[in-house]
Design a protein around this ligand. Structure first.
Ligand code: IPM
Ligand code: MN
Length: 366
């Protein structure tokens, strides 16, 4: 396969972890006889300071021309972010415009912790010991994130307002993605909402339940988002399967899921659009540990794996990467964020050591 990949390193730990993902992509390229052309492009807070925009025109051209985009986390330390006007900050000035440009409506966030690695979780062993395998599918281009954001003043009273809108098309298309996934993998589906309070959630639930009629083979239930947050901690394994959730609620619950499996460093993601998709870790740029070669590159390398199966339709390559990632942990190694009390410091890998070990495992595996 011959493809071009836009590479947006981002800020903070971005360049370090993207570097490891690129190593892994090149290893897979050689092993499977593919040809990937990588096009680096500036994106994020660093891009604002060097080019005057967090999502520069040149980067848009590179992304437009690429088959797929791999993106690191963005954002710098508070003092630097404070120097950037609100509308140019990477969240509003780069990430949302990227999602909007390619209409990447379906955000796949797998929450995976094999039983053998249950000790990474802060939850008691009896709660998590069977392992977790949840595919959270978060709607990514609708709802409150993309509504009008207003700060105003009436009769001397200051106020702020965020509009939250969902159209039928927006809900139905992501619901179809989730149900198709559940059907293909013979998994149950849990639909999350806040229909006891919000009109958009009542609407969401109504459209999802209507979509469910086309999938009588998929066991489906609904759960209020606050209850889901509680249940995720008390009995997370009940969610093994597909979880469908809207944008804002999904942002929160997927971070909670990262905590439950032990680290946000274990949360890769893929943002799928009708024509173009991109992959990114679900976590931030951790400026406090940037440049120290200690960040966990798992979620970034895992995002590269998602690029292979979710974006390029190369499932074997994706599986090979995922197996290698878990093999590192199963050999007793981990990164600083996952350090267990009884773990010896020699088993703690740097960012580059982790990437090198993944590469070696892939190369050795025949
Ligand atoms: C995420 C992030 C983003 C979001 C931010 C950085 C805009 O938290 O991808 O989860 O809220 O979607
Ligand atoms: Mn988030």
């Amino acid at each position: 396969m011959q493809k071009t990949i836009a590479v947006l390193e981002g800020d903070g730990i971005g360049p370090e972890i993207v570097g490891e993902a690129v190593k892994v992509i090149k290893t897979v390229e050689n092993k499977y006889g593919h040809r990937f052309t990588l096009h680096p492009a500036a994106f994020g807070a660093g891009a604002y300071f060097s080019e005057g925009s967090a999502f520069p025109e040149k980067t848009k051209e590179i992304c437009d021309a690429a088959d797929v985009i791999i993106k690191g986390p963005v954002g710098l330390a508070v003092e630097q972010m404070d120097q950037i006007p609100q509308e140019h900050r990477p969240e509003i000035g780069a990430i949302l415009p990227l999602r909007n440009r390619y209409d990447t409506f379906a955000n796949f966030r797998p929450v995976r912790l094999p039983a053998s690695l249950a000790a990474f979780s802060p939850l008691k062993p009896e709660i998590i010991s069977q392992g977790l395998d949840i595919l959270m599918i978060r709607e990514l281009v609708g709802g409150i994130y993309f509504g009008d954001k207003i700060e105003g003043k009436t009769t001397g009273m200051k106020y702020a307002k965020d509009d939250c809108t969902y159209t039928e098309k927006q809900v139905r298309r992501v619901a179809i993605v989730a149900f198709e996934e559940a059907r293909k993998q013979h998994l149950p589906l849990v639909n999350i909402h806040k229909a006891n309070v919000l009109a958009t959630s009542r609407f969401w639930k109504e459209i999802v339940e209507d979509t469910a009629k086309d999938y009588p083979d998929v066991p489906c239930k609904s759960m209020l988002v606050d209850n889901a947050a509680y249940q995720l901690v008390i009995n997370p394994c009940q969610f093994n399967g597909v979880v469908l959730i809207e944008n804002m609620q999904g942002d929160i619950l997927t971070d909670q899921a990262g905590g439950i499996i032990g680290s946000l460093g274990l949360m890769p993601s893929a943002c799928i659009g009708p024509e173009k998709s991109y992959v990114e870790p679900a976590h931030g740029s951790a400026p406090d540990i940037a440049g120290k070669n200690i960040a966990n590159p798992y979620s970034m390398i895992g995002s590269a794996a998602l690029m292979f199966d979710r974006c390029l339709n190369l499932p074997k390559e994706a599986e090979e990467i995922r197996n290698a990632l878990f093999a590192v942990f199963e050999r007793g190694f981990s990164t600083r964020d996952l350090m267990l009390p009884e773990q010896s410091p020699e088993k703690i890998l740097s960012t580059t050591q982790f990437g090198d070990m993944v590469v070696k495992i892939i190369q050795e595996n025949v």
